[in-house]
Design a protein around this ligand. Structure first.
Ligand SMILES: Nc1ncnc2c1ncn2[C@@H]1O[C@H](COP(=O)(O)OP(=O)(O)O)[C@@H](O)[C@H]1O
Ligand SMILES: N[C@@H](CC(=O)OP(=O)(O)O)C(=O)O
Length: 571
């Protein structure tokens, strides 16, 4: 039996009070809902979906909570995928979640703790395996063939994976063949003295190929039927841009056909390699850029039209700031796809920059959860959310950015200047992050992730400057940081006032400022050396309870604004 319940602001206030609203933030799918006595007739239902009600005017805070009546016997037993229905959700576990045998056991238990789910599991490589594989590849270039088998990182990878199969009690042969091939590959690189982007992608693919095989074998061992899949064999088709490939449209029907078809023939939890794809022209293994398993998860979610995409990390959701900069950063309970995309694009490592696109296109909620602390509510990312009280959502820092000041050598009134500048960037294949313009000048920052290695950065930059100098006076400024203030740009004046107060206190001059048309991000460019301190102070100002603005407004711990009752703060 399915029921659809609509809770509006007024119902919430009159029937449940603020308590329910708070509780509603904590409701998760498949959780028993405990309603207050006034609506107890609907108790006993299980929540299956929570949606923001976007259909109404700004200011209303409706939540549509879909529920199902489930009898105790309806949930599957023995940890097997629940019921006979279709696949329900994606659960992606990152490297930190599957870093050891112990972590894999915990993740298996976590999956079993949702017996009514029929999930597709996406896994990253164990722990820091991807970094180790890349380091091994780089060492192989210059170590000589006879020393390729002795590369320290190869030993580390062998030891980690053999120890894990041993501790989990699964058959060693499932990964032995990969580890042998990896050693051969390193010898090949040593022989050629060359590591191309294509070979890099092939090398790192061993990480995901092994973690998924180990985990699938373990699930089968404990009685949970599972089937391992390599993404490049089941239809994740990409561009041939090695190390940073894009997913192509053909992926969606191909994935759906394969995963759905297999499931219908014989249900077994699919365990899919994250991060990997197959180049459409080369047919070689490609990767989706660092952290790309998030994108694999949302791609599968969209392809199968699943109800929810869960990305399980080692933090309590998307936080108000990078915890490495501000250790007591707090989880953000709700985000829109736009906010999350902007946050990821401007450097928050927690989500892959492109991962929100399939979720947004398929309108599938994404939940960011902590595999080390599953009870924490995490962050729910949906198409829209109530912004009426939101000010700032999160502060993101992107370091080591290059900035260019480009001033036209021609007089005012010249048209086509901007077009010429961007044509140069297009021809050189360099992507631009933040831009501020006037008619005859333009300031912009370059995306460092697109500039592959150190030597190339300088070469490419020299070339850009050379080309631009044909039409303009160019000033190249390196070691800059972008501080992105993600939030409600409807309140941009308030945000800017607070932010500039902080900057003034630290004696920091902003070198460029840009408010995106997307209306969720204000970007400030400062020197690298000043950036972290500024971010910490901004965080205290916007997110710490009791911080008082000169406008007489106080911020709550989630960055929203509450009016202060007296006027004394204004003086
Ligand atoms: N705003 C942020 N919110 C949460 N985590 C962040 C943020 N900015 C940076 N991080 C970092 O991102 C890490 C999680 O991302 P990642 O390492 O890719 O996870 P996983 O490997 O589990 O997929 C966290 O451990 C944290 O250090
Ligand atoms: N293993 C890949 C892909 C990935 O998504 O990893 P993680 O989920 O641990 O960020 C990487 O390290 O980039």
């Amino acid at each position: 039996m399915a029921a659809s319940l609509q809770f509006s602001n007024s119902i919430r206030t009159s029937h449940c009070g603020n308590q329910f609203w708070r509780n509603s933030l904590l409701i998760e799918r498949n959780q028993q809902i405990k309603f207050s006595s006034s609506i107890s007739s609907i108790s006993g239902l299980v929540c299956t979906r929570i949606e923001n009600d976007c259909s109404r005017d700004r200011g209303s805070r409706g939540f549509k909570i879909s529920c199902e009546k489930r009898n105790a016997g309806e949930a599957a037993t023995n940890g097997s995928p629940g019921g006979n229905g279709e696949l329900t959700c994606v659960m992606k576990f990152g490297g930190s979640s599957v870093a050891s045998a112990e972590r894999m056991r915990e993740v298996a238990e976590l999956i079993r703790s949702f017996p009514e789910e029929r999930p597709v599991i996406v896994l990253s490589a164990m722990g820091k395996t991807t970094n180790k594989l890349l380091q091994a590849g780089e060492k192989a270039v210059s170590c000589g063939v006879i020393h390729a088998s002795e590369i320290e990182e190869l030993d580390f990878i062998k030891d980690l994976h053999y120890r894990t199969v041993d501790e989990l009690g699964v058959d060693k042969s499932i990964i032995a063949v990969h580890l042998e091939e990896l050693e051969q590959l390193l010898k090949g690189i040593a022989m050629m003295k060359e590591l191309t982007p294509r070979t890099k992608d092939y090398i790192v693919s061993f990480g995901e190929c092994m973690s998924t095989r180990i985990f699938a074998a373990y699930l089968n061992k404990i009685g949970v039927k599972a089937r391992q899949y390599d993404a490049f064999e089941i239809g994740i088709i990409t561009t041939d841009e090695f190390t940073n490939a894009d997913i192509l449209e053909a992926t969606y029907p191909a994935l759906a056909k394969r995963l759905h078809g297999d499931w219908m023939k014989e249900p077994a939890i699919p365990i899919v390699t994250g991060f990997l794809g197959k180049g459409w022209k080369t047919c070689a293994v490609t990767t989706l850029g660092r952290g790309g398993s998030d994108l694999t998860a949302t791609t599968i979610g969209k392809a199968l039209g699943l109800r929810e995409i869960q990305v399980w990390k080692d933090v309590d959701g998307v936080l108000t700031c990078d915890p490495n900069i501000y250790p007591s950063a707090m989880p953000v309970p709700f985000l829109t796809f736009d906010e999350a995309a902007e946050l990821a694009y401007f450097g928050a490592q927690v989500l892959h920059p492109q991962s929100m696109r399939p979720a947004r296109e398929g309108d599938i909620p994404v939940r960011v959860k902590n595999s080390y602390n599953p009870k924490a509510p995490g962050t729910l990312i949906t198409k829209c959310r109530d912004m009426s009280e939101a000010v700032l959502t999160s502060i993101v820092l992107k370091r080591n950015v290059t900035m260019l000041d480009i001033v036209s050598t021609r007089m005012l009134g010249q048209f086509g200047f901007l077009a010429k500048v961007f044509e140069i960037f297009e021809d050189l294949g360099i992507s631009v992050d933040v831009v501020a313009t006037s008619e005859v000048s333009i300031s912009l920052t370059l995306d460092p992730s697109k500039l592959w290695s150190r030597e190339l950065i300088q070469q490419e930059l020299d070339h850009v400057v050379e080309e631009l100098e044909k039409i303009a006076v160019v000033n190249l400024l390196q070691h800059r940081s972008i501080i992105s203030l993600i939030g409600n740009v409807q309140r941009s004046s308030l945000i800017l006032e607070k932010a500039f107060n902080v900057l003034r206190t630290h004696g920091v001059n902003v070198q460029m400022i840009s408010q995106g048309a997307s209306k969720v991000n204000i970007s400030l460019i400062v020197n690298d050396s000043e950036a972290e301190q500024v971010v910490r102070s901004l965080h205290s100002t916007f997110f710490e309870r009791g911080s008082l603005s000169e406008l007489g407004e106080q911020f709550t711990s989630n960055g929203s604004v509450i009016p202060t009752p007296t006027v004394s703060a204004m003086n």
